[in-house]
Ligand binder design. Structure first.
Ligand SMILES: Nc1ncnc2c1ncn2[C@@H]1O[C@H](COP(=O)(O)OP(=O)(O)O)[C@@H](O)[C@H]1O
Ligand SMILES: [Mg+2]
Length: 234
């Protein structure tokens, strides 16, 4: 298994036509390794969400290649893309997006694709809920838990298929700073314990003091680190 889990090669994404054209991503190349905890930062409108949509196979580049876990994805058809997305990616959003009428456990089991008996599937979800500190909340309805607990459940759900990459778009954006800090620590612990790659988009760099790598997006271009001095070229 290759150590590189994601490669973007000269990815551009253009919206609109003619005078209204916007180059949301401009020739972005980068590669991410297994187990890396990566932060994507940049001001509003810089291209962060567009980049995350490329990595998450939710949108295709206008030009360039997106290679996820060794497979070039831009030539896959829609059905193949969704299949591959479910297999390889876990998502955590700004709002936990749990289904309110289901229990915490049912929510975490929902995307489960792992082969196995119903009991194995259930146990896998329970194991993750224990890891994220929700052992007491497993059978509660999702609308009866706090925002921080919901985001813990969302992280467990993001991990349930043992994805190659967990993608998170502003995962702490809806939480107070103390709760946000705990969620950040939890994600970091999960990353190390499971050798799990995380790619997190945030506008709030300070909430993530300890990360392996920061990628800054500015005007659709990707730069290594927080100083926008060195454009990533490989
Ligand atoms: N679907 C779209 N249609 C037209 N323009 C878009 C679309 N999505 C994003 N853009 C433009 O692309 C640029 C980058 O947007 P986005 O990736 O959402 O930035 P960020 O997430 O960093 O705020 C912005 O100028 C935005 O207006
Ligand atoms: Mg955005």
């Amino acid at each position: 298994m290759s150590d590189i889990v994601l490669e973007l090669q000269n990815v551009s994404r253009i919206f609109g036509e003619g005078d209204a054209q916007v180059k949301a991503l401009d020739d972005v190349s980068l590669s991410i390794r297994r187990g890396e905890f990566v932060l994507i930062v940049g001001s509003s409108g810089s291209g962060k969400s567009t980049l995350l949509n490329m990595i998450g196979l939710l949108d295709k580049p206008t030009s360039g290649k997106v290679i996820l876990d060794g497979k070039e994805t831009t030539t896959l058809n829609d059905g193949q893309v969704s299949q591959y997305r479910n297999e390889k990616l876990g998502f955590v959003f700004q709002f936990a997006n749990l289904l309110p009428d289901l229990t915490v456990l049912e929510n975490v089991m929902l995307p489960q694709q792992i082969q196995g008996s119903p009991e194995d599937i259930r146990q896998n979800a329970i194991d993750l809920l224990i890891k994220v500190g929700l052992e007491d909340q497993i059978n509660k309805r999702s609308n009866k838990i706090s925002g921080g607990q919901a985001q813990r459940a969302a992280i467990a759900r993001g991990l349930v298929n043992r994805p190659t990459i967990v993608l998170a778009d502003e995962p702490t954006g809806n939480l107070d700073s103390v709760t946000a800090g705990k969620i950040v620590k939890l994600a970091k612990t999960m990353a190390k314990e499971l050798n799990q790659t995380f790619i997190i988009v945030t506008h709030d760099r300070h909430q993530f003091p300890d990360v392996d790598r920061v990628i800054t997006i500015k005007d659709g271009k990707a730069f290594s680190g927080e100083e926008t001095t060195m454009e990533i070229t490989a």
